[in-house]
Design a protein around this ligand. Structure first.
Ligand code: DC
Length: 246
């Protein structure tokens, strides 16, 4: 009798714990610190973190490696045939950072380079690419306990996510941050005006494309982090998470 009561109460306790696992969708404009914030929350609450931009970048790298992009044209019929052969996975390295693998090869560095950055918006605008990525993302989040960042997470991938956040900051602030980052990496040639132009162009492409354009889900919380420190935005997000699980 005691044993069955003990089992019952522990079962209830465990199922309550289980209920508290939620899905967290973080969307927003490029270069507004989405990934930093999403990663930091995932680490703090012990959730998995998925950078969906890295998945589109990996497909783009595959296209480049297989000579499927000429100027602004992607060879779609070929890419479509190759889609089943493209496997993207994530592995946590020794420092606890998640890294992207394309067909078993670590491509974390390559997908962040300019060659991929310049072509990724062409590839991420293709419907069949998006459908394949969305299906993989949904499978990754099947058991909840996940923080996923991207452009369409709260609207398409997890429309039922318990916590949805849409992050933005003024184009000038984002350009300034990106400019400082480039300088810290030793880039002395790119000007602030060029970075601002790139930020505005990416916004234009992301928000006007036909397939899953970037938009704030109706039930997403809006955070403009133009005037927030990293610590302040982390605390804000953590508190929103607490409100959902308490
Ligand atoms: O977040 P990022 O800059 O690494 O994203 C790379 C590109 O992929 C960018 O052009 C937007 C696109 N993207 C998308 O269309 N949907 C997502 N869920 C994530 C990224």
């Amino acid at each position: 009798m005691y044993l069955s009561l003990w089992l019952k109460s522990n079962f209830n306790f465990l199922s309550k714990m289980k209920k508290k696992l939620i899905t967290i969708a973080i969307d927003g404009h490029s270069s507004c610190g989405k990934s930093t914030m999403a990663k930091s929350l995932a680490k703090r609450i012990g959730y998995a973190y998925i950078d969906t931009g890295a998945m589109y970048r990996a497909v783009t790298l595959y296209c480049l490696e297989h000579d499927m992009i000429k100027g602004d044209e992607v060879n779609k019929p070929r890419l479509r045939r190759h889609m089943p052969k493209i496997e993207i996975t994530f592995q946590v390295n020794d420092e606890g950072k998640s890294e992207t693998y394309l067909n078993g090869k670590n491509v974390e560095q390559e997908i962040r380079g300019m060659e991929v950055s310049n072509k990724v918006s062409l590839v991420s605008a293709i419907g069949f690419v998006r459908r394949a990525m969305v299906a993989q993302q949904q499978a990754m989040g099947e058991h909840k306990g996940i923080v996923m960042d991207g452009r369409d997470i709260g609207t398409v991938v997890f429309p039922n996510a318990e916590l949805k956040v849409f992050i933005t900051a003024s184009a000038e602030v984002r350009a300034e941050r990106r400019f400082k980052e480039l300088q810290s990496k030793g880039d002395t040639t790119t000007t602030l005006a060029e970075v601002l132009e790139n930020v505005l162009e990416r916004d234009r492409i992301d928000t006007t494309r036909k397939e899953s354009p970037l938009r704030q889900a109706e039930d997403a919380l809006l955070l403009d982090n133009s005037n927030l420190t990293l610590e302040e935005q982390d605390e804000w997000l953590y508190n929103e998470y607490l409100k959902k699980v308490k």
